[in-house]
Structures are given as C-alpha cells and as structure tokens.
Design a protein around this ligand. Sequence first.
Ligand SMILES: [Mg+2]
Ligand SMILES: [Zn+2]
Length: 212
Amino acid sequence: MSCASGWSNRCVVGQGGSLKPALLLDRDGVINEEVEYLHDPKNLVMLPGVGQTIAAMNRLGVPVVVVTNQAGIGRGMYDVDAYRRVCEAIATVLSPDQARIDGWYFCPHRPDEGCDCRKPRPGMLLSAARDLALDLNASVLVGDKASDLEAAREVGCRTVLVHTGHGREEAQRLIAQGRADLADHVAASLGAALPWLQDVLMPAARRQGFAP
Ligand SMILES: [Mg+2]
Ligand SMILES: [Zn+2]
C-alpha cells in the first residue's frame, strides 16, 4: 500500500505559479460523528454546519482537502473500497449544500508500520500541497485530536481544535499538559469555526487573487 494515496479531483494546479491557502480537514470527529472504525455508509452521521463551512470555502476559491488516518485498513478491519464508499457518501450528503471536497488523502497504515503519512506525521499534508499547489503556511487544519494539530504545526499550518469527536477530551488533556497553544483556535464544531476560518483564509485567498 502506498502512502498518502490521493484519489479523485486532482484538478487544482497552481494558477500562474501562485500557491493557494487551503482548508485541511480531519474526517472522523470533524466532518462526521466519530464512530470507531467507520466503514459502512449507513453509520455515517454528519456533524452540524459542515456543509455550510465547506461551501463557504468553495466560494472563496479555497481548496478543501481531507487528510484522514485509516488504520482500520492496515488492521484488516475494512478495505480501501469500504473507506471510499464512506467518502462518496459524505460527498453525496454535501452536494445539496453546494459543498465540494477537492482532495481526499488517507493513511492506511497501522501505527507500528512507521510510515510518513500517519498523523502526527505530515506526509498527507505534504502530498496535498504538492498535488494541489497549496501554500501550507497560509492554510488551516481542523482536527479533533492533538495528532492532527501536530501534523499541521510540523508544516506551518494554523490549527483549529473542534470539540466534536474526541475534541473535548483532547482539549482538557492539552490544557493539563500545558499545551493548549497547540490550537490557534478552539471551536464547538467545524460549523462554529466558520467565522474564524473566514477571517484567516479570506485575506490569504484575496492576496493570491482567488477570492471574489
Ligand atoms: Mg478525528
Ligand atoms: Zn501511512
């Protein structure tokens, strides 16, 4: 299995050589409710406000990219096709909101495999940046775990910790460890993070000439 396999929508190539700010999203616990080893679309429950936030980024011309650890594949609990069916179900649920995900990246490896793509390592973010011509220093990653935010920090992305999924416990843990500053912003959900995301990403998108 290869690392950081992207699939579909590999279409955003840099315009005039300029790099785009992006919104990078963890999947489970950020887009959809955390279900352990989610691999059946019938167990997919979307979190509130996700469609509106993604659609707002689409309108700004900010690519929206999913970066998700899927060790259940490496553990033999489900296969890549099952993973993709869940992603397709997410895309289908988003479409009535005019919301579109521009790139999907997943790590299929178990932690003991020592790959470069499993967060907190930044391999998926680097692959997305290369494939989609992203400016990681102008980008934001939203996650529900410290490992999401650590991967982002590794490559200079700003970070949002949401309280959905594992986020509430992770926030408490980071505070107890004196590491609350790993999150640049904390929000109840991806939907609730929209105003902050717009404040950060709109000027960056405008500077690059992408935002309306
Ligand atoms: Mg998660
Ligand atoms: Zn991996």
